[in-house]
Design a protein around this ligand. Structure first.
Ligand SMILES: [Zn+2]
Length: 248
């Protein structure tokens, strides 16, 4: 089902709910109301019913990936077969067609101009896409809860810088990779920054209190978090421990 969210963005939820994917991956369909064709952001997992449904909202001019994690990118090749659209991503391994995608690019398609913002930290290849009244954040900012800094590819200092960049966008709607849309990128990014700083303080305190391994830090700092999320928390803790040693 295509659910309109803003004047130019609508979402189709992929059928892959889970502890890391929340209700499932958000596949975004973008078009100016005057445009017949659309831009698709993150086709999602390789699920034929989902991909054929999204393709039915075409014609699709171009496919963009927020990052290479499989729950966003795995279906891209099949989706390109279904639609004939090229796939643009920062990581060359995920591109189909001649064009890449990087910080500062402007994608003009479907009657829209979409500005590419480099927002590494969740992964090194994470991008955000800025529209007039909204920003697509992939897994950099989620609609609910917080995200993982996927050490070693994800780096906390990068992530904090990316959140500061998103905070500067102010009151534009957040169209996330998972979970519901949020009314203000500024508010959401500042809340994430505060959460990260609080976690860093907790990690620092856990180490001072004798937690000797990343696993022990997780047991203390993430005691209130569902254990199915501990493997992800472990990646974030490794990123945080590295950051405390070398904040640059
Ligand atoms: Zn991800």
């Amino acid at each position: 089902m295509l659910r309109p969210v803003t004047a130019t963005a609508a979402v189709v939820l992929a059928p892959n709910p889970g502890p890391m994917t929340l209700d499932g991956t958000c596949t975004w369909v973008l078009r100016d109301p005057s445009s017949e064709s659309c831009i698709v952001v993150d086709p999602g997992p390789l699920t034929e019913s989902h991909l054929t449904e999204v393709a039915s909202y075409g014609p699709v001019q171009v496919v963009l990936l927020t990052h290479g994690h499989a729950d966003h990118s795995e279906g891209a090749r099949r989706f390109a077969e279904l639609t004939g659209a090229p796939v643009r991503a920062l990581d060359p391994a995920h591109r189909l067609g001649d064009e890449g995608l990087d910080e500062g690019d402007v994608v003009a398609a479907a009657g829209l101009e979409l500005r590419v913002l480099g927002t590494p930290g969740h992964t090194s290849d994470s991008l955000s896409f800025v529209l007039e009244d909204a920003v697509l954040t992939g897994d950099t900012v989620l609609g609910r809860g917080t995200t993982v800094v996927a050490h070693p590819d994800g780096v906390l200092a990068d992530y904090l810088m990316s959140l500061r960049r998103l905070a500067e966008l102010g009151d534009v709607t957040v169209l996330p990779g998972h979970g519901p849309e949020l009314p203000s990128a500024g508010v959401a990014a500042r809340a994430y920054l505060a959460h990260r700083e609080a976690r860093l303080d907790q990690v620092r305190a856990a180490v001072a209190a004798g937690a000797g391994t990343p696993e022990q830090v997780v047991e203390v700092v993430y005691a209130d978090v569902d254990r199915v999320l501990w493997p992800a928390a472990l990646l974030s803790v490794r990123a945080q421990l590295l950051h405390l040693q070398d904040p640059a």
